[in-house]
Write a protein of this length. Sequence first.
Length: 213
Amino acid sequence: GAAPEFGIARTPFHDMYQQYLLRWSYLQRQIEYWMDWYERRKNLLLGAQAATHNVALLGIVALLGAAWLLPTRLLVLLWLYSFFYEGLAQGRLMRRNHHTFISVLKDTAVTLWLDTDDKRACAEAWDASTSLDEVVDCGVQLLVLRDWIRTEFFDGRPMVPLRALHRCGTLRELAQQVTWTSDHFARRRQRPRVWWRSTFRNLLDHVPSDVTM
């Protein structure tokens, strides 16, 4: 008979190892985001690039003039509006990513995994609130779903263990996990390049971080 296979894929620690990889990927993205957030603002204030530094000084002078001419409550309301508008736009991006993931999952299930019209009709009715139990009842095996997610969204890397799928109650929860950790989805929206909208963020895009200097 065939010789026994050894290695992490055959040990009881495989699932635990995959879960640590998933957690580390999430933590790494958080660290990279906040490091980039800090370094860009630091380099802007310290004058890492003369052009952006001069624009920032002009912006500060303009803000001081606005604070002197306009009521403080109006400036605070404008700041709060910009803050919540950014959150609204980011939420739209996340929901669009979820919709894309679920649509691709439905198309794959209908064309490759399900072999009867009843099962295909069941898959066509899936949405974000569909539970994974309903997905399994339609004829999709969780092992097949896990392998497809790894191949389609993680380039074959074992980033989503079977235990993580069991913890997802609905397709929305599964989409959140996949779209947040996969490089195939944008996690930051592309802002329009107009001077009168998100001016400070557009300026920061031209400021290098310590890694890109």
